[in-house]
Design a protein around this ligand. Structure first.
Ligand SMILES: Cc1ncc(COP(=O)(O)O)c(C=O)c1O
Length: 442
């Protein structure tokens, strides 16, 4: 059991609550991860807050004019009536049409209708409920969104099987393939089906990496090889940062479009939503879409109904005003131009960070991990503790960052104005050098 859960259980020792907690209740805790480090930064990061996965401009969250203007235009029904369990029908079909626009390889392909859930977190959680049992495994790169572990291991008592994210400067396709094979072997050895599951999240949180087109081809080829051996392969595609690629030669479509129909033994589940794509972090809207060469309309309908059962039995339905506002914003005048402008701001911040790292190398105790997309870059701490660096930056320099596994410092360049990126990285370099120069044990 996690030490934080034990601490909470200790606080409840002897109480009636201790006697009443479920196994899940006993396992649960609130991690000292991104959310609590970000809350700490809210208080203390008076210079730059590069913690949370949001995008700011002039100290305010970025917002599309279409969203701001749409708020008073909602009818009473759009504002306060219950939304259908699976989401507002017009939004679901519009999102499906948008998927075709954004992913040309999905055109003409059969997949389920997208089902609305309250954000991508809920999408991952519903995916885990639908497909994983206690003890089952989900393969993930070692550098991934920490909430996967809380959902998979603590909520579900399933296991995360990790592999090293990078091989050299690229995505570790071989590591992913062997993790899936090892998982399938363990499943068979335990007397269960020959099956394996993984998450693909590109652009990745926390590294900001998207595979090249060649790497994407290699991932698809690896999945086909596994599927051809009769292994049932389940792939969650987490497209939280969809569309934020900043370099040539990268996979721009969702990898869902390439793998869903690659082999009948593959089932792909796409988790996506407007959280980051449309700059509406607090809306709490996400979508889950199923795709597989082995499913037809009947099968998709059955999976959608099962998912609706999960929604109905947990949150009942998702926010109606948020869904109706999003739907209206698609056709609002100037919305796509404004989206392109905000995306341009993020691209500029990325370019500043990339150019700063190329022109003035960091001290040897900080190794930038490959990044080319998304909201973040990560710096691997070599010989210095990442948590000491985070604390020093926060308490002495008023700069908020996030540690990942006490091994990396995650920097959300999405939240820092382009003109401040150079100074931010200079400060991180100086703080890291100061820690490295301290005699050990001080
Ligand atoms: C990789 C990844 N997946 C899912 C989410 C959750 O998104 P949402 O805010 O829509 O729940 C995040 C949010 O930071 C994320 O980084």
């Amino acid at each position: 059991m996690n030490a934080l859960a034990e601490e909470l259980n200790e606080a409840l020792a002897g109480s009636v609550a201790e006697r009443l907690l479920s196994a899940l209740g006993r396992r649960m805790y609130f991690p000292k991860g991104i959310v609590s480090q970000s809350a700490e930064a809210d208080e203390k990061a008076h210079r730059f807050n590069a913690t949370i996965g949001m995008a700011y401009e002039g100290g305010e969250p970025m917002i599309l004019d279409s969203i701001r203007a749409g708020l008073p235009s909602l009818s009473p029904k759009e504002a306060v009536a219950y939304a259908p369990t699976a989401g507002v029908a017009a939004l679901r079909s519009r999102w499906r049409a948008e998927l075709d626009k954004k992913n040309p390889s999905m055109r003409g392909r059969d997949c389920s209708s997208p089902v609305v859930v309250p954000g991508l977190t809920a999408a991952v959680s519903a995916f885990v409920d639908l497909f994983l049992d206690e003890g089952d495994e989900l393969a993930l790169p070692d550098l991934s969104w920490p909430n996967y572990r809380l959902i998979v291991e603590e909520r579900k008592a399933a296991k995360c099987a990790t592999y090293p994210t990078f091989a050299g400067l690229g995505f570790n396709v071989e590591g992913l393939e062997s993790a899936l094979r090892a998982s399938a072997n363990r499943s068979k050895a335990a007397g269960k089906a020959a099956k394996a599951a993984c998450v693909l999240n590109f652009p990745n949180n926390p590294t900001g990496y998207t595979p090249t087109l060649a790497e994407a081809d290699a991932i698809v080829a690896a999945f086909r090889r596994i599927a051809e051996e009769g292994i049932a392969l389940l792939v969650l595609v987490d497209d939280a940062y969809f569309g934020l690629q900043y370099e040539e030669g990268l996979l721009r479509e969702s990898i869902f479009a390439r793998i869903a129909w690659a082999h009948p033994n593959i089932l792909a589940v796409k988790a996506d939503g407007p959280t980051k794509e449309d700059y509406v972090w607090g809306f709490r809207i996400g979508f889950l879409t199923f795709g597989s060469a082995s499913l037809g309309p009947k099968g998709y309908d059955a999976l959608v109904k099962k998912l609706m059962g999960l929604v109905r039995s947990s949150v009942s339905n998702s926010s109606a005003p948020a869904q109706n506002l999003l739907l209206k914003s698609f056709d609002a005048a100037g919305a796509s131009e404004q989206k392109a402008r905000l995306r341009g701001l993020l691209a500029e911040r990325y370019a500043r960070a990339r150019d700063r790292l190329a022109s003035r190398p960091l001290p040897s105790c900080l190794r930038p991990l490959p990044f080319n997309s998304g909201y973040f870059l990560s710096l691997e701490c070599v010989g210095i503790p990442a948590e000491a660096l985070r604390k020093k930056l926060l308490l002495e320099r008023g700069i908020g960052t996030v540690t990942i596994q006490d091994r990396c410092l995650r920097v959300a360049f999405s939240s820092v104005e382009a003109g401040d990126i150079g100074e931010l990285l200079d400060e991180i370099a100086a703080a890291a050098s100061a820690i490295a120069a301290q005699p050990k044990g001080t």
